[in-house]
Design a protein around this ligand. Structure first.
Ligand code: CAA
Ligand code: FAD
Length: 381
């Protein structure tokens, strides 16, 4: 066992940190205020850096790196802008990875390659108004009609929606089947007839990441856009989410690290009682707890990522990493606001945005309760 990053992983951290600090950070506050998704900056530039296909083999336009490198990239982006972090995470883990894992060779060349190369942005449509945590309650339908599938239904809260070009969407192909059975996965392209976008969500945090409803009204897609085997969609979704949870855990880690860094810097700067507040043990103890939780989250994430790259099972490990990292992000950002005092409650300092951004990591890709359910089920099997 060794804890050091490889030379490649260190190079990726340096490159992404440099890019994030110089190019992403300066506009993070204004994009948050204006709910502005800057596609060129938040996706196009990531493609130029080779990040949009980082975990996929070169034969599909990817970078051929491992999951730890991917986790590092999402962490470094999220350290300055959690919206950019989730854009990459949703694109890679949710939009692209199911096509890599379950797609035919033709689907990989047609859909995955342009996504990995940063030309087309991906998204994932699982959640519905009455099927959130209970993903097996999917009501959207897909009916075969000659050489096409016809989709009807609504997906809600979809990250990257509106901007994304390629959507992996789940629909019921067998109306008689119960619960998670009889669901299939499909690839739907923006512009497909009968596919439109509904309400844009106005959110507490990650406000420069677009979140829209997907509306399917007799939406016609080619028969060959079925992804994986018919009726196997729930497993496609679950395996996809195993990887996605590493991405969101890394987003949470980045937010927490950013809040810790800001707090240490502020505590050294801010004077009260004729001393920098960092000299008070009460403040140092808070910083010590924050740093310890951040490091523990990082190690859980790297372990899950390492198992994913080694081809080992990692469902429980990614649920643990996501659970711990997201709850750490919430605790650490709340403490960061406390250390900044009244200034931390204003938009002058980024910790206010970080605390708002942290909350979503306890909700999406499975709430903290669902992560506990996944871990608990594995323990008591
Ligand atoms: N890998 C492979 N198969 C799996 C699996 C996994 N990780 N987890 C479950 N399965 C299989 C089971 O083995 C079972 O198979 P059989 O039918 O062969 O027995 C089948 O799936 C059903 O399993 P469960 O009975 O455990 O299913 P359930 O209905 O009780 O649901 C759940 C389990 C974990 C709660 C699941 O519904 C879930 O993960 N819910 C949360 C949904 C979620 O995370 N949504 C995120 C949307 S994406 C998002 O939010 C985007 C973003 O962040 C940007
Ligand atoms: P519910 O399932 O209604 O849960 C409500 C509460 O009940 C929660 O506290 C939950 O933990 C608890 N609960 C539910 N069931 C149980 C149980 N069995 N045991 C204990 N507690 C339980 N979805 C996508 O498909 N694609 C996306 O790209 C996407 N992006 C998102 C982006 C944002 C900003 C948001 C807000 C959501 C996004 N989602 C996306 C949806 C997200 O995954 C769901 O919101 C999440 O899974 C929870 O579902 P829900 O909102 O319906 O809550």
């Amino acid at each position: 066992m060794q804890f050091a990053l490889t030379e490649e992983q260190n190079l990726i951290r340096d490159m992404v940190r440099d890019f994030a600090e110089k190019e992403i950070a300066p506009s993070a506050r204004i994009r948050d205020e204006e709910e502005h998704f800057d596609r060129d900056l938040m996706f196009g530039r990531l493609g130029e850096l080779g990040l949009t296909g980082i975990i996929f083999p070169e034969q599909y336009g990817g970078g051929g790196s491992d999951y730890i490198s991917y986790a590092i990239a999402v962490e470094e982006l999220s350290r300055v802008c959690a919206s950019t972090g989730v854009t990459l995470s949703a694109h890679i883990s949710l939009g692209s990875n199911p096509i890599y894992l379950f797609g035919s060779e033709d689907q990989k060349q047609q859909f995955l390659r342009p996504m990995a190369e940063g030309e087309k942005l991906g998204a994932f449509g699982l959640t519905e108004p009455s099927a959130g945590s209970d993903a097996g309650g999917t009501r959207t339908t897909a009916v075969r009609d000659g050489d096409s599938w016809i989709l009807n239904g609504t997906k809600i809260f979809i990250t990257n929606a509106g901007e994304a070009d390629t959507y992996v969407v789940f629909a019921r192909t067998d109306k008689e089947a119960q619960k998670h059975h009889g669901i299939s996965a499909f690839i739907v392209e923006k512009g497909a007839p009968g596919f439109s976008f509904g309400k844009k969500e106005q959110k507490m945090g990650i406000r420069s990441s677009p979140t829209f409803e997907l509306v399917f009204e007799n939406c016609r897609i080619p028969a060959e856009n079925l992804l994986g085997e018919i009726g196997n969609g729930f497993k496609v979704a679950m395996k996809t989410l195993d990887g996605g949870r590493i991405g969101i855990a890394s987003q949470a880690l980045g937010i927490a690290q950013g809040a810790l860094d800001a707090s240490v810097a502020y505590a050294k700067e801010r004077q009260q009682f004729d001393l920098p507040i960092a000299r008070f043990q009460g403040v140092q103890f808070q910083l010590a707890d924050m740093a310890t939780q951040v490091e523990a989250a990082r190690i859980l994430i790297y372990k899950a990522a390492w198992r994913a790259s080694a081809g080992l099972s990692y469902s429980t490990e990614s649920a643990m990493a996501k659970l711990f990292a997201s709850e750490t992000a919430m605790k650490v950002t709340t403490q960061a606001v406390q250390i900044h005092g009244g200034y931390g409650y204003t938009r002058e300092f980024p910790v206010e945005r970080m605390m708002r951004d942290a909350k979503i990591t306890e909700i999406y890709e499975g709430t903290s309760e669902i992560q506990r359910l996944v871990i608990g089920t594995a323990l008591c099997r």
